[in-house]
Design a binder for this molecule. Structure first.
Ligand code: ADP
Ligand code: MG
Length: 335
């Protein structure tokens, strides 16, 4: 057997990138989360060639000063947690401090940033970590170009431009659904497809899910103190052939969770044909200590401490919203 050796940093980050940076959409997700964590009120997303050629995300958040910028690309460098205690009640989208390190290991990455109150902006070049003065009014601009330029084996797994764009678009939709209070703009190959002003959840959901969704949607609103569910669930008539219109957010984070999907499915059990899928956009809020978000690097999976209680709560909240809509429909028909 060859001798054991310590791997160089770049290789360590490239290995980690295998988990964190699956495709351009993963970069979009991480950069959007960073912008939101920075308190952005407006976020601009620009892509070229499905995000493979270039991803540029600008925000008007708190920015970084020169010293922070110099650390931003380091592995395990984060401003979001400092202890295990913090981790257990983390309220930010990020906390692992590995996204920028991973991204800059597999793409040409630059960050330009100006900290709030600072007279200057600075720019770091991921290639040599050099930091130089730059021009920027406020916030942060991250540019990620030529994804996997130095890891050809990964590049081979990239799909066509429309496919990669669709995945990026999905990440944008999730962030925009989660944060109706933030303005978003999305452009691909210099063509703007979405311009979303800050608004309330219903209007934002309408803008992204379509008028048809909203017309068929019933409001879900349940508050059990420790658990709160809000959002919209569509009447069975608006069911779908696939699961494309199912969005669950837990404390503002989009998740794919079997327990939540099952609870929702059960609420529709009596009113929906087995082959059809319900449509909903739902936001579950609970104390951060009641849910573990550190299950997977992409944080799309979560674990609930009181899984049964969460299941019951979600099931009843959706059932009630659907039953009320059923009663309202019956009353309309039969006054
Ligand atoms: P994490 O988000 O888990 O902390 P990242 O690698 O995504 O790790 O980012 C590292 C750090 O860089 C963040 O903790 C934050 O301090 C800073 N940062 C990244 N993006 C931005 C941004 N858009 N605005 C301000 N600071 C940022
Ligand atoms: Mg992050």
């Amino acid at each position: 057997m060859p001798a054991i050796r310590q791997l160089p940093d770049l290789l360590i980050n490239q290995i980690a990138a295998g988990e964190v940076v699956e495709r351009p959409a993963s970069v979009v997700k991480e950069l959007l989360e960073n912008a939101l964590d920075a308190g952005a009120r407006a976020i601009e997303i620009q892509l070229e060639q499905g995000g493979v050629r270039r991803i540029r995300i600008g925000d008007d958040g708190c920015g970084m000063d020169k010293a922070d910028l110099a650390l931003a690309l380091d592995r395990h460098a984060t401003s979001k947690i400092a202890s295990l205690d913090d981790l257990e009640r983390v309220g930010t989208m990020g906390f692992r401090g590995e996204a920028l390190a991973a991204i800059s290991a597999v793409a040409r990455t630059t960050i330009t940033s100006r900290a709030t109150g600072s007279a200057h902006a600075w720019r770091i070049d991921g290639a040599d970590r050099s930091v130089a003065p730059a021009a920027l009014d406020a916030g942060t601009v991250v540019e990620v170009a030529d994804l996997y330029f130095n890891t050809p084996a990964r590049r081979k797994f990239l799909k066509t431009e429309p496919t990669e764009l669709a995945h990026c678009d999905e990440m944008f939709r999730r962030a925009a659904l989660a944060r109706p209070d933030v303005a978003f703009q999305f452009a691909h190959n210099a063509r703007v497809s979405h311009r979303l002003p800050p608004t309330d959840p219903a209007r934002r959901i309408g803008a992204l899910m379509g008028d048809d969704f909203i017309e068929h949607a019933r409001q879900v609103e349940a508050d059990a103190g420790v658990l709160r569910l809000s959002g919209f669930a569509c009447v069975p008539a608006y069911s779908r052939a696939n699961r494309d219109a199912q969005y669950f957010f837990v404390n503002g984070r989009f998740v794919r969770d079997k327990l939540l999907a099952h609870a929702a499915r059960q609420a529709y059990a009596d009113v929906l044909h087995g082959q059809r899928h319900p449509a909903y956009v739902l936001f579950l809020e609970l104390d951060p200590s009641g849910v573990d978000v550190n299950v997977h690097p992409a944080k799309i999976e979560v674990r609930f401490r009181e899984a049964r209680a969460v299941h019951q709560f979600v099931f009843h909240a959706i059932s009630r919203a659907l039953a009320e809509s059923g009663a309202a429909l019956a009353a309309e028909r039969d006054p």
